[in-house]
Design a protein around this ligand. Structure first.
Ligand code: SF4
Length: 396
């Protein structure tokens, strides 16, 4: 669920990531000043500045074929980017299409089906999937019929293993009990929810209202129908966050006791995301004030029994992710941090392709004419190419 952004990346935390601590250390002002500068997001690899137009549709198609030859029996990890949201939160850094028109998702699914067919054709038919993640945007913007259509398309081209880790990001404001029941019936077993901060003032500043009661209720409901892995996301560095209000949010998160918690650094990038100019910029915490928010989260979660993993993840000891710490953390795609390490991860309709700097044709119609089903066999156009067009079409 990431885009071409830069963010403040506290390098000191990065250096400490391989040696978990019981308490987060004090860091002097000079060190904070040295590292408080933009850097590429670490959640995709290669990082975005490494992408270039020399790797285009043909190269992507060749790589898929190459991967097929080298590991045709290995299971895959698939990431689906479903970019729709009804409202643009003022802090959002994701690749989002804001609309209340649900038919946009139908258009999108038509082209996602095409992309699945193109990818499957090059990877070998019905490759096994051991991991799948629906990210966004808001995947549950899709109604039940649309989610069913997506699931049918996935099952047409790929074989989902019985023990697969199937995860979905949900926004409790728009997600219904019927969504959860349907996804569970497909076999989805992990659920990820953005919280950011429960404080009302912060929520108003970032234009995202989501009560503790609503969040806790959806977690309880998901657990009651068999979701076994719950992840909650927090963001530090948002406007109006203070130590005392943040501490209250941390206590409430511990009360919910999710299996995993991610605590992300807020990336203020108004040049890339102009809607962030709506934020009260003079209320953003910086330097030690910002770092102390992360320090509080680190200490609160470790004291509550969570294990610190990587730069900004925490997991209960019994969670699969905690077991990975001993083997090193790798394999994350955008915000997706899988429990296991699949041999190959494949983004579909993803921000990677949507934000690629590869040349794009002028119109979506041209995409259809060069990648349409009638030309699937001989087309030199790749799935990534079509992804960019899908995002462009959905945004129109
Ligand atoms: S719901 Fe999530 S993806 Fe959608 S605009 Fe808000 S923060 Fe961004």
């Amino acid at each position: 669920m990431r885009d071409q952004l830069t963010e403040w990346m506290p390098g000191t935390i990065h250096e400490l990531s391989s040696s978990p601590m019981s308490r987060f250390p004090e860091i002097n002002a000079a060190t904070i000043a040295r590292y408080e500068q933009p850097g590429p997001r670490y959640t995709s690899y290669p990082t975005v500045p490494e992408w270039n137009p020399r790797f285009g549709p043909a190269e992507y198609a060749d790589k898929l074929c190459e991967a097929s030859r080298e590991g045709s029996s290995s299971p895959l990890s698939l990431y689906f980017h479903l970019p729709f949201c009804r409202h643009m939160c003022a802090f959002c850094g994701c690749n989002v299409v804001v609309t209340r028109d649900s038919t946009k998702a139908d258009e999108y699914l038509t082209h996602l089906e095409l992309e699945l067919a193109l990818a499957a054709e090059r990877l070998g038919k019905r490759r096994e999937i051991s991991q799948l993640h629906l990210g966004g945007g808001t995947p549950t913007f899709l109604n039940e019929a649309q989610l069913s259509r997506l699931w049918r398309a996935i099952r047409t081209h790929f074989a989902v293993r019985n023990d697969a880790e199937l995860a979905v990001e949900v926004n409790p404001v728009v997600t219904t009990s019927r969504h959860l029941t349907l996804l569970r019936s497909f076999g989805f077993n992990r659920l990820s929810m953005g919280v950011q901060d429960f404080d009302r003032d912060v929520q108003q500043a970032i234009e995202r209202n989501q009560s503790f009661e609503l969040t806790a209720g959806m977690v309880a409901e998901a657990r009651s129908i068999g979701f076994r892995g719950i992840n909650l996301d927090l963001v530090y560095g948002l406007p109006l966050q203070t130590q005392s209000k943040w501490a209250r949010t941390l206590r409430r998160i511990v009360d919910i006791r999710p299996d995993r918690i991610a605590v992300y650094s807020f990336a203020f990038v108004p040049n890339l995301k102009p809607h962030q100019k709506r934020l009260p910029i003079d209320k953003l915490p910086h330097g030690e004030a910002k770092l102390s928010l992360f320090r509080s989260a680190y200490n609160a979660f470790v004291e509550a029994g969570y294990q610190a993993i990587g730069m900004d993840h925490f997991a209960l000891p019994e969670d699969e992710l905690a077991g990975r710490r001993t083997h090193g953390l790798s394999g994350a795609i955008f915000r997706v941090t899988p429990s296991r390490q699949p041999p190959m991860s494949l983004p579909l309709a993803s921000p990677e392709s949507a934000t690629s700097r590869a040349p794009m044709p002028r119109t979506f119609d041209r995409c259809l004419s060069t990648t349409g089903p009638s030309r699937l066999g001989g087309s030199q156009r790749s799935a990534a190419f079509c992804s960019r067009m899908m995002t462009a079409a959905a945004a129109r």
